[in-house]
Design a protein around this ligand. Structure first.
Ligand SMILES: [Zn+2]
Ligand SMILES: [Zn+2]
Length: 352
């Protein structure tokens, strides 16, 4: 007796798992969804997977739409265990007026019981605005980082440091998704708004490591969500940059140092005479005094005779005589040095 397909009744066909080839594949193909809806954010092209916005790491909208469609298909597929997806490829076939992908067609290849079959599935791409882009557009933020200098004003040097820290934070931490919603000038300093407190904290910590800035955090309750009962807080992190900057001259234990910078909360100094480096803890920093510009004069080094050296005050054009131990040993006749008044004691060092 001829074997026949119990589903469609056809006779004389090769049966796979008791079904004719057509019915066998129909059984499998019907679990592969068609007319999929793929939701993307119109401004950042994030893809809405279930209730969660996820970032697809592809540059152009066509690749994002295709990738989103493939993920959407795979999420909704329910094929029997004996069947495998061999390959999925596809392309965008229609675009909307803004030039964004509107229709995607996929070619799906299945394999089962040593045979394979291909089918087409299509998807429509819809555009919404993701939570993140909505927050940015409405100016919402969770944390504010306030950067101020000594006396409120930020110096040029500090501004450069802050700018490069922001750049680095974008590159290394935020990658292609920005958590920073606003950067603006405020009271001689800079205010940066962050969508999340965790990123704000991380940024403030990095800035503090580079600059030695003091951090203070405070939180203010903004209200309670009526639906969830969850309290909303806004965090403010105040970042106070220290008065000392690279290049500044300071005195510490009766010696003169040049500030090289800050590293992991420590102040790095270089002795202007022997060029040895020191790193000072927060506690030791209290003994460091910045040398006022008014106490520094440019001088020309003159002749050494006996125990004294003649120097020329280049600003006031007058000659002075100083004991040679007050002149740094690396200064020669004809050099330009700096005459520093250190609490009434004079010292001439090489120009920095
Ligand atoms: Zn059949
Ligand atoms: Zn978005």
């Amino acid at each position: 007796m001829d074997r026949f397909c119990p589903k469609c009744g056809s006779k004389g066909k090769t049966l796979i798992k008791n079904l004719c080839e057509t019915c066998f594949w129909d059984e499998r193909i019907r679990h592969i969804p068609n007319n999929l809806i793929v939701k993307l954010c119109r401004s950042c092209l994030s893809y809405l997977q279930g209730k969660k916005w996820i970032r697809i790491r592809k540059k152009d909208p066509n690749s994002v739409a295709l990738e989103g469609t493939i993920i959407e298909l795979q999420r909704n597929i329910k094929i029997p265990k004996d069947t495998k997806i061999l390959n999925i490829e596809g392309s965008v076939t229609e675009w909307n007026k803004s030039g964004l992908p509107k229709k995607v067609v996929l070619d799906v290849t299945l394999a089962s019981e040593g045979a394979s079959s291909s089918l087409k599935r299509d998807a429509t791409v819809e555009y919404l605005t993701c939570d993140f882009c909505q927050s940015v557009a409405s100016g919402k933020y969770e944390a504010l980082v306030q950067i101020r200098g000594e006396g409120g004003q930020l110096s040029e040097e500090s501004r450069k440091t802050i700018e490069s820290s922001i750049d680095r934070f974008y590159r290394n931490v935020l990658k292609d998704r920005s958590d920073i919603t606003e950067i603006k000038e405020k009271d001689g300093g800079i205010d940066i708004k962050f969508l999340t407190s965790s990123k704000a904290r991380l940024f403030a910590k990095k800035l503090s490591e580079i600059t030695g800035a003091d951090l203070k955090e405070s939180a203010k309750m903004m209200g309670t969500d009526r639906m969830t009962g969850k309290k909303h807080y806004r965090t403010t992190i105040s970042v106070k940059l220290p008065a000392l900057e690279p290049g500044d001259l300071v005195s510490f234990k009766e010696r003169i140092f040049k500030v090289l910078g800050h590293h992991r909360g420590k102040l790095i100094l270089e002795d202007v005479e022997d060029h040895k480096r020191r790193s000072l803890s927060q506690k030791a920093m209290t003994d460091v005094t910045k040398i006022d510009k008014a106490d520094i004069k440019r001088v020309g080094i003159g002749i050494r005779s006996g125990g004294t050296v003649t120097i020329l005050d280049l600003e006031e054009k007058r000659f002075l005589e100083l004991p040679s131990e007050k002149i740094s040993s690396d200064l020669r006749e004809g050099d330009v040095g700096l005459l520093i008044n250190l609490n009434g004691k004079e010292k001439v060092i090489r120009r920095q």
